[in-house]
Write a protein that binds this ligand. Structure first.
Ligand SMILES: Cc1ncc(COP(=O)(O)O)c(C=O)c1O
Ligand SMILES: N[C@@H](CCCC[NH3+])C(=O)O
Length: 443
């Protein structure tokens, strides 16, 4: 398994992350356990901030909190000076409760409810990324009622096909997100938005997809958005102060993944902005981005305990762990690939190829098909790397499995940032109507 960030194999042959031996983390917190390498998250945040500072452009880097939204993470990205992208009242609430400055929060989503819009206006968030005309009308009406003026970006689809999984590709015309540039919808939306008394149109937003390794899609998106900006300037005399280019920068999950350095993505984008926006306005627009996975993905490791094994001679050996699709639905959803090692015997050579099964009552509950490991026995620890993004945030209680705890590790110290769900948590929202409640018969 590739060792990310501060991960290393210590003298005892155990995986160590942030200076913490994972066998000790297991003893203290149990498994499954999400372990986050705090130093690596901070490093990624700084790579973005430094690369944009070097570009000379005005910018904001908004962490896409959908990747991993918990209060401690929100605190961390605030400390690093990033902004925050939220897509629901739950993510917004998390951010506000964590004390994130509302003015640096951007609100996304293709179906914001009136309640969510009210909550965000009341909180004084930095901007709404408006997805469609229905939302535009709703936002104007609510803002007018509150006598507020709200900042708005319009989400546009630039017609760029990102080279990624179809479920995580969003920049093409046939997408549920945004106003299409190609069919004129985006132009009409600018016309409408610019005429709303309670909306301040800051600019546009484009996000082409996720887990993208090349820069050409981003550069093409900048070219298309710049062409659009030019036509809007010429036809409507509207200028965009902000161009938000979304997230989507890829990371290395397994061998063969070829992500670029953060500085290479940022360099390509900022060069494209300087090229394609030259001469449209007197000043280049600010560039905002929204990385999620590339901030937190490779900083996460999930630690499991091995349970049962099933060997089907000549076919396959299954090794089951105490988690699965409930803590990591990505293999089942996207056929995503992961690497793993036996974390308590990490110095031993692999001797066999096995498949890692989860504990759900579901054949598709497989974490890894075919991974090379030493022979795993019940009680061994299995570490799966690169689970920081879209794991905890997409976790479920399927089969009424309790969601794992999360710890941050750094400099030999571990801090519990999400406690493990209890059995009581599992039933906390259940209500049994009196008419079917079990009656206790008095003797
Ligand atoms: C609008 C928007 N912004 C940002 C992101 C974050 O993407 P990623 O985690 O790939 O950086 C997404 C998710 O794909 C998104 O839909
Ligand atoms: N949830 C997806 C990516 C994010 C999509 C959000 N637009 C994944 O795990 O890869």
């Amino acid at each position: 398994m590739f060792l990310h960030g501060t991960s290393r194999i210590n003298d005892a042959g155990h995986l160590e992350i942030g200076g913490c031996d994972v066998t000790e983390l297991k003893a203290e917190y149990g498994t499954p356990l999400y372990i986050l390498d705090e130093q690596l998250v901070r490093r990624r945040c700084r790579e973005y901030m430094e690369a944009f500072t070097a570009s000379g452009l005005g910018f904001q880097v908004a962490y896409a909190s959908k990747a991993f939204s918990i209060m401690a993470m929100v605190r961390l990205v605030d400390e690093e000076g990033l902004s925050l992208d939220v897509v629901s009242d739950g993510e917004l609430y998390t951010a506000l409760q964590a004390g994130f400055p509302a003015g640096r929060i951007h609100f996304h989503g293709n179906n914001k409810t009136p309640d969510e819009i009210e909550m965000a206006i009341d909180a004084g968030i930095g901007c709404f990324v408006v997805d469609n005309l229905v939302e535009l009308g709703l936002l104007q009406a609510i803002a007018a009622r509150k006598e507020a003026t709200v900042n708005v970006l319009l989400r546009v689809t630039p017609g760029v096909e990102a080279h990624t999984h179809e479920y995580t590709s969003t920049g093409q015309t046939d997408s549920k997100f945004g106003f299409d540039i190609g069919n004129g919808a985006a132009y009409e939306a600018v016309k409408v938005a610019a005429g709303q008394p309670n909306l301040k149109l800051l600019g546009v937003h484009s996000h082409i997809g996720s887990q993208i390794f090349e820069t050409d899609g981003f550069q093409l998106a900048v070219e298309r958005v710049a062409g659009f900006a030019r036509s809007v300037k010429e036809g409507l005399n509207v200028e965009f102060q902000v161009v938000n280019l979304g997230g989507g920068f890829g990371i290395r999950y397994v061998e063969g993944d070829t992500p670029l350095q953060v500085s290479e993505y940022v360099g390509a984008i900022s060069d494209a902005v300087k090229t394609y926006f030259a001469g449209i306005y007197s000043k280049l627009p600010q560039i905002w981005v929204e990385p999620g996975r590339s901030i937190v993905g490779d900083a996460g490791t999930t630690l499991y305990t091995v349970g049962t094994q099933k060997d089907i001679p000549g076919v396959r050996k299954y090794v089951a762990v105490d988690g699965g699709m409930t803590d990591n639905p990505r293999p089942a959803l996207y056929q995503s690939k992961y690497e793993a090692l036996l974390a308590n015997r990490a110095d031993e050579a692999a001797t066999e190829t096995v498949s890692i099964a989860g504990k759900c009552c579901e054949s598709g509950d497989m974490l890894i098909w075919d991974v090379e490991l030493p022979e795993a026995n019940s009680g061994d620890l299995l570490a799966v790397a690169c689970t920081g993004a879209y794991n905890y945030s997409m976790a479920s209680n399927y089969n009424r499995i309790r969601r794992p705890a999360v710890v941050f590790v750094q400099n030999g110290q571990s801090d519990l940032v999400v406690r493990r769900e209890s059995h009581q948590d599992i039933i906390v929202n259940d209500i049994v109507p009196a008419r079917i409640a079990k009656q206790t018969v008095a003797k």
